[in-house]
Each structure stands twice: as structure tokens, then as C-alpha cells.
Ligand binder design. Structure first.
Ligand code: C5P
Length: 414
């Protein structure tokens, strides 16, 4: 018997050069204490040897339904699994899985698995965009599987474009999410354009110094990751982050200061169906930015004169009111609160919701080790319909998916 926290995971490996990167995913799951079986295709073993997969997983590896026939492995492995991750999912493997072929141990196992299945495609851009592959991906999604969008960038050879295997950490985060909550990644945001801000802003004082904050960007990046896996077209405008990951299939725009963030969000807002302001935006910025490094001098520290930054969230709500962005655009804000002598976290959140005028507000406690930089988060979700929903402590990726669930009644689909 495995303990409830120790899950049975199958990592199916397809025959692509990115197979070597999947070793890090296997390692992630075994280090988390899970029981991992690796099922490569015969082609995968051209790229990474069986010995590597056996050493990493601690289990023998076979590719054929005719090995260990007395064990009926192709049925047992699938039936007992809590999660199947297929990476790299090549065009050929997606095709075989979509049509229900069972000509090797991996595809046979996919037919017997009743747990969440995460396909992680990797191939050349032309193959990814070919109508046959597009159809196969749609079929697999219709069958209930999650298909990660591939990353863009350098491919094997001289090619560059969509089709790179997402970073192992990204595959691991979505796998962990499906173990935490198997129903958390429905394919329900297809074609929805989601604009997200994340991370902290840096307000420059001189060429080497800035006023900043502790935001890691993890919650905003988790929203981008979950939204992209659910089919959304995601643009992520990111300030300073720490260990927030590299969500695949997401357009990433880097900014530094609040004014830069304001410019990017304002420019893109009219093209969005949903805007989520998860960034920790500095309320103030230095009035003057020195051209050269400020020297200590002998007179002690000079005071820093500050001016107020634009409230981007409130500004977007006002722009919607003026008709500058679509009346149906859903606007989501965040309120990181500590609570004080004037009220608790939720009371401060309610007051902020009334002030900002957005459609949803995520209120979360911060300070004393809570939220900033952590992998988990908790809080409340306030909606303009007057509901207040508690968000139980969970990974930031699951919390992100719960926030995305709340969009459904607000989205006006054409
Ligand atoms: O007012 P406060 O900073 O607590 O509000 C937090 C919410 O407002 C977050 O969604 C944050 O991204 C947004 N915000 C903003 N512009 C600011 C300050 C905060 O959009 N200048």
C-alpha cells in the first residue's frame, strides 16, 4: 500500500530529443516521495537509455505489452495510476493516443488509465501547427486529457518557434496540481484573452538603486500557467520575480517600474477579455532619479522625496466606465493585507473592493511568512455579485485555478 501522500505516477516518454529533459521531471516526483514508473516508447530509448529511467525511478522499464506478460502490466499500471504525464509527447505519439491505438505499453496504458493525463507536446513548429496535430490535440482534450501548450524558442537544429518542451519545473507544477486536485484544469478558456500583471515593481533612485518589494510573482505566474493550460491566450506583464517559473505558451512582457507597468497594461487592456492585476505595485516613486550613483557624502542621508504612482487597477476600471476598453472585460484585483487595529484582513479587503470597483477581488493575508515567496496561498474571493468565498490553503497554482473558476459566470462569450 502506498500512503495517501505517496502517489503512483506514470511518466510516458516519447521519442523526441527533449526526452533528456524529462529526467528532471522524474526526479522531481521521486524526490517528492511518489512511486514513479517510466514507460518509454521504443523510439524514446534512442535518446535516453533504459538504464537512466530505471535508476531514476527504481523500477524496471519496458516498452512492449509482451514483456512480463504474467503481470499484465499494460492493464495494471494504468488502472493503479494517480497521474500519467506524457513528455515529450511527439506528433506521432499524440496521433496514436488520440486514435486509441494500443501498439506498445505506453499507448495501452493510456487506454486503461482513469486518472488525470497530462500531455506535454514537443516537436517542430510545422508539426505542431499541422491540422492533423491540431485535431489530435483537440480530440485528446475532448477525451479529458490536459495538453500543455508548448513553449516557444530554440528548437533542435536551426529552428525557432512554438514547439519547445516546457521547462521541467513547469511540467512538475502542473503535474503536482493534478495530483492535488484532479479536476482543476478543465479546457474551458479556449480563445479567452487574459492579461495578467505579476511580480513587484522597482522604482529607481539612481542607476544602481531602487525602492522595491518582496513580491515573488508566484501567484501571478500561477494564474498565467493555469489559464494557458485551460486554453486561454495569456499575456503576462511581469516585474521583479523570484523563482516564479516560466509558464509555457504565454506571451511575456518584462517591465520594471509602476509607470512602465501602467503603460503596458493600458496599451493592452482593450484587447483583453479578462484583466488580472496580481502585481505588487509601488504606491510611490522617487520624484527625481539621479543620473549618477548617489554618494554617501558627509551630511548624512538625504531625504527621498516621493510622488504617487497611478492606481492602475482603479484606472482600468475607470477606462472601462468611459468605454475605452470593452464593457464586458472582467477586471480582477488583489488585496494583500496584514490587518491592523482598524480591522482584520477581510474587513480591509471589503473596503478595498468598494474603493477599486473591480469585478473580483482576491484578498490574501501577508506578512509573518505568509504569501510572499511561499508556494502556498489562502484568502477570500469577493465578487461584485456580493459573494465571499473562502479560498482554502493550497498551492498557488490550485488557488489560481479556483480564481479562474470564478470567471465563468462573468465571461460574456460571443
Ligand atoms: O491599493 P492596493 O495596492 O492595496 O491595491 C492592490 C491592488 O491594486 C492589486 O490588484 C494591485 O495590482 C493594484 N494596484 C494598482 N496600482 C497601484 C497599486 C496597486 O493597480 N498603484
Amino acid at each position: 500500500m502506498t500512503s495517501p501522500a505517496r502517489k503512483r505516477i506514470i511518466v510516458g516518454v516519447g521519442g523526441g530529443i527533449a526526452a533528456y529533459k524529462v529526467c528532471a521531471v522524474i526526479r522531481h516526483f521521486t524526490e517528492a516521495g511518489h512511486d514513479v514508473h517510466v514507460i518509454p516508447t521504443a523510439a524514446a530509448l534512442n535518446f535516453v537509455g533504459a538504464a537512466t529511467f530505471e535508476a531514476l525511478s527504481g523500477h524496471p522499464v519496458s516498452t512492449s505489452v509482451f514483456d512480463d506478460i504474467d503481470e499484465v502490466a499494460h492493464v495494471r499500471l494504468g488502472q493503479e495510476a494517480d497521474l500519467v504525464v506524457v513528455a515529450p509527447a511527439t506528433a506521432d505519439l499524440l496521433s496514436r493516443a488520440a486514435t486509441g491505438r494500443a501498439d506498445d505499453l505506453l499507448t495501452a496504458t493510456l487506454l486503461t488509465a482513469r486518472c488525470p493525463v497530462l500531455f506535454v507536446p514537443a516537436m517542430h513548429t510545422e508539426m505542431w501547427e499541422h491540422p492533423a496535430t491540431v485535431d489530435n490535440v483537440a480530440t485528446l482534450r475532448r477525451h479529458g486529457a490536459t495538453v500543455m501548450p508548448p513553449a516557444s524558442g530554440r528548437l533542435t537544429g536551426r529552428d525557432s518557434g512554438a514547439g519547445r518542451l516546457p521547462e521541467p519545473g513547469e511540467i512538475a507544477l502542473l503535474g503536482d496540481l493534478l495530483l492535488e486536485e484532479p479536476e482543476s484544469l478543465p479546457y474551458d478558456l479556449d480563445g479567452v484573452r487574459v492579461l495578467i500583471s505579476a511580480g513587484g515593481t522597482r522604482e529607481p533612485l539612481d542607476p544602481v538603486r531602487y525602492l522595491g518589494n518582496h513580491s515573488s510573482g508566484k501567484q501571478g505566474f500561477s494564474l498565467a500557467r493555469a489559464a494557458a493550460a485551460r486554453g486561454a491566450e495569456v499575456t503576462l506583464v511581469a516585474g521583479s520575480t523570484s523563482d516564479a517559473g516560466e509558464p509555457a505558451g504565454v506571451e511575456l512582457i518584462d517591465i520594471s517600474s509602476a509607470v512602465e507597468l501602467s503603460d503596458e497594461m493600458t496599451k493592452r487592456a482593450a484587447e483583453a477579455d479578462v484583466i488580472i492585476m496580481a502585481a505588487a505595485v509601488a504606491d510611490f516613486r522617487p520624484v527625481a532619479v539621479a543620473d549618477a550613483k548617489i554618494k554617501k557624502g558627509t551630511a548624512g542621508p538625504a531625504p527621498i522625496e516621493l510622488e504617487t504612482n497611478p492606481d492602475i487597477l482603479a484606472g482600468l476600471v475607470q477606462a472601462r466606465g468611459r468605454g475605452e476598453i470593452g464593457a464586458d472585460t472582467v477586471i480582477v484585483g488583489f488585496a494583500a493585507e496584514t490587518g491592523d487595529e482598524n480591522g482584520g484582513v477581510l474587513e480591509h479587503g471589503r473596503a478595498k473592493f468598494a474603493r477599486k470597483g473591480c469585478d473580483l477581488l482576491v484578498v490574501n493575508p501577508v506578512g509573518s511568512g505568509k504569501a510572499f515567496g511561499t508556494a502556498d496561498n489562502t484568502g477570500w474571493l469577493l465578487s461584485s455579485a456580493g459573494t465571499e468565498t473562502a479560498l482554502p490553503l493550497s498551492s498557488k497554482t490550485l488557488l489560481a485555478s479556483r480564481i479562474l473558476d470564478a470567471l465563468e459566470p462573468l465571461l460574456k462569450r460571443s
